[in-house]
Ligand binder design. Structure first.
Ligand code: UDP
Length: 246
């Protein structure tokens, strides 16, 4: 028997988890949580728990994969076997391979790969607990792990999904909305609002997609603020120290 809720949004416009249509779930981040990685970030978003680690830049082997004028950004998204309700079979799957590919590409416009010819920058995103929106959660954590590793970037990348339930667009789908909703549209973007990842599952009209993108932009603005607050608390004192020394 399906455990699809009868209604996703009540008469007051409130969703099953108490949010309004345009609200994202609470997000907390912590940078530098792994001492053996060059950069890392642990992120919680609603009930999602994600760890991102960055290694590199370092020389890429085998050498035939090296790019003479730039570094290769290699992104691996992985769901831990215990991260979902039904245990996931360990190892790569079609889904994780696809998510890894498009997530890595989402960073292409911002990572300044030209400074590290023939090198590789490895990004590992490990989903420890999944509750819908893990690819976007992983991208938000990976951005901070890249900065933590000191990788030069033109700006940050944030990601959030929008979807449709009960005929209405809703931001940052929770698990029942993702499972039983009519559409899921995960998007990543730069601080300038340039979209670097867009996938779609389900059906939306062109007008709904355009309105959905606007909702995601607002969600990503909030995520950029959270990311910047984390950066300020980790690195924000450097300038103050310099001023004191002068
Ligand atoms: N999920 C699962 N088993 C899987 C894949 C996904 O239980 O093999 C769950 C998990 O909670 C995930 C959600 O379904 O967050 C939505 O998956 P989707 O493929 O839409 O990716 P996501 O929204 O996590 O980026």
């Amino acid at each position: 028997m399906s455990d699809k809720p009868e209604k996703f949004i009540d008469e007051n416009g409130i969703r099953l988890d108490g949010r309004r249509a345009d609200e994202i779930r609470p997000m907390t981040v912590e940078m530098g949580v792994l001492s053996r990685a060059d950069g890392s970030c642990y992120l919680e978003w609603g009930n999602n728990k994600v760890l991102a680690a960055v290694y590199g830049p370092r020389e890429l082997h085998p050498r035939r994969l090296q790019r003479p004028g730039e570094a290769l950004v290699r992104y691996r998204y992985n769901m831990a076997a215990f991260s979902v309700e039904d245990r996931i079979r360990p190892g790569p799957s079609r889904r994780s391979t696809e998510i890894s590919k498009v997530s890595g590409e989402a960073f292409e416009p911002v990572v300044m790969t030209q400074y590290y010819p023939s090198a590789v920058i490895d990004v590992f995103a490990e989903v420890l607990q999944a509750d819908a929106g893990t690819r976007t959660a992983a991208i938000n954590a990976a951005t901070l792990a890249l900065v933590d590793a000191g990788i030069p970037m033109k700006g940050l990348v944030a990601a959030c999904a929008v979807g449709k339930v009960d005929g209405q667009l809703v931001l940052d789908l929770n698990k029942p909305e993702d499972n039983y909703g009519d559409a899921d549209l995960p998007i990543a973007m730069t601080e300038d609002g340039d979209i670097t990842l867009l996938q779609m599952d389900g059906n939306l009209t062109v007008d709904e997609i355009n309105r959905g993108i606007e909702m995601v932009k607002k969600g990503c603005e909030q995520i950029f603020e959270i990311q910047k607050a984390a950066l300020m608390s980790k690195f924000g004192t450097i300038e103050e120290e310099e001023v004191l020394e002068d």
